[in-house]
Write a protein that binds this ligand. Sequence first.
Ligand code: ZN
Length: 141
Amino acid sequence: MHRQFTRGRLFMGRLSRGDDLLGALQGKCRELSVMQGEVRAIGAVACARIAYYNQSERKYELVHLSRHLEILSLTGNVSLKGEEIFLHAHVVLGDEEGRAFGGHLVEGTEVFACELTIQELLTEAPLSRGMDDETGLFLWA
Ligand code: ZN
């Protein structure tokens, strides 16, 4: 049930101010043809949009934070969803009083500054997602 991977290429870089955090990170993975891997990032955002998965209703509830926040920790994984390289990322954001907010990262989070690390992972058959009827989520087969 668990797949074994070997480490591939390792990238470090940054995003530009004004980028969409999720879109730009996923774009880097696509640009670099990283089909499986791990993504980590720290930095700051001008505003954020995150989501919480309501398990009873099986739908994402959106949270919009229209304020400046630090990216305390962003962690994500890369795999295929259909034919496309797909990034699933969660983020913890901090405010001026040290409070933290977090959730599933969705589009609509505006980068102020962001430093990222992408670790490519290699395996023989690509890791891909499919709809899981038990959870209503696209999970690894
Ligand atoms: Zn998630």
